[in-house]
Design a protein around this ligand. Structure first.
Ligand code: NDP
Length: 283
């Protein structure tokens, strides 16, 4: 039976480190989050970011804009935050409503305040191997592995999903950590032939329970990035959170596995806090 890659204990270590550095610096650090619209999942992610800021002794400001906001309104907020020396990190909560061109918005953020590592300059630095900050989810996964004494070096790592926010930067970090990386997606022919070779399998596709035991190599390390809301009348909220991995089916076959919730999501926010610290220049 697999051991648990526990996000709670790994996150506590990161947040403690950030909190003590912020306190020692005596400086006021600030993360500004722009939330456009009223998507409930986005609102809950933003709330957890606010909470983490408070836990680290930083200011977490949320700028809420209506769902019908224009591109110009969002750009105006970004320009103001870019100029404000009291703001060390800027994050646009994704996805944005359809009328907002996300790529243009992300390019408008000052790369020196881009806590999500989504500005093309920061993506370029990541590919080059000298990232200004680590992309939050992939960076959190690397920290989670390290916390449990697991190394990617020499392993065949298979990443399922090629989004700009998870899959592609994940592949890059694993490559820099000397894994041999295969990046799969919805057009991959014979997906099981690849996933069954994975000594380290990272799944980020947004399909609840998609990865079952027959897709997993015996003894693999399985990292489940998925956060999916699945209707469940037995829950007070009417839904439960499910990962992309069928946990009960896969856990007996692998060596390590992340729970959902309690795994990668916690590490994403922890890395975000580290990124604000790093961009602020506090040692
Ligand atoms: P996207 O929807 O942007 O990307 C999904 C990727 O999965 C695409 O590359 C797509 O391929 C691929 N894919 C979809 N279906 C299949 C399939 N059947 N077989 C193979 N590949 C497939 O998602 P994100 O990367 O933003 O998020 C993925 C999941 O991770 C979601 O559940 C999301 O909520 C969660 N997430 C969790 C975070 C955390 O902190 N834990 C942070 C960010 C996301 P193609 O490119 O060909 O379409």
């Amino acid at each position: 039976m697999a051991k648990i890659l526990d996000g709670k204990s790994a996150r506590a270590v990161v947040l403690d480190r950030v909190r003590s550095r912020v306190a020692a610096s005596g400086r006021a650090l600030k993360l500004s989050v722009i939330l456009v619209g009223d998507d409930p999942a986005s609102a809950s992610y933003v709330a957890s970011k606010e909470k983490a800021c408070a836990a680290c002794g930083m200011q977490g400001e949320v700028i809420r804009l209506g769902a019908s906001s224009t591109r110009e309104q969002v750009l105006a907020v970004i320009e103001r935050l870019n100029r404000d020396p009291a703001v060390h990190g800027i994050l646009c909560q994704l996805p944005m409503p359809a009328q907002i061109p996300e790529a243009e918005i992300l390019r408008a953020i000052d790369p020196a305040k881009d806590v999500d590592c989504l500005h093309p300059e920061n993506l370029g630095r990541l590919v080059e191997g000298h990232p200004r900050v680590l992309p939050c989810t992939p960076g959190g996964i690397m920290a989670l592995l390290a916390h449990h004494g697991l190394e990617a070096a020499g392993k065949h790592a298979v990443v399922l999903g090629r989004s700009n926010i998870v899959g592609k930067p994940m592949a890059m970090l694993l490559l820099h950590a000397n894994a041999t990386v295969t990046l799969c997606h919805s057009r991959t022919r014979d997906l099981p032939a690849f996933t069954r070779q994975a000594e380290l399998l990272v799944v980020a596709i947004g399909r609840p329970g998609f990865v079952t035991a027959n897709l997993v190599k015996e003894g693999a390390i399985v990292v489940d990035v998925g956060i999916n809301r699945v209707a469940d009348g037995g829950q007070a909220k009417g839904y439960r959170i499910a990962g992309d991995v069928a946990y009960d089916d896969v856990a007996p076959r692998c060596s390590w596995i992340t729970p959902v919730p309690g795994g990668v999501g916690l590490m994403t926010v922890a890395t975000l806090m580290e990124n604000v610290l790093r961009l602020s220049g506090v040692p």
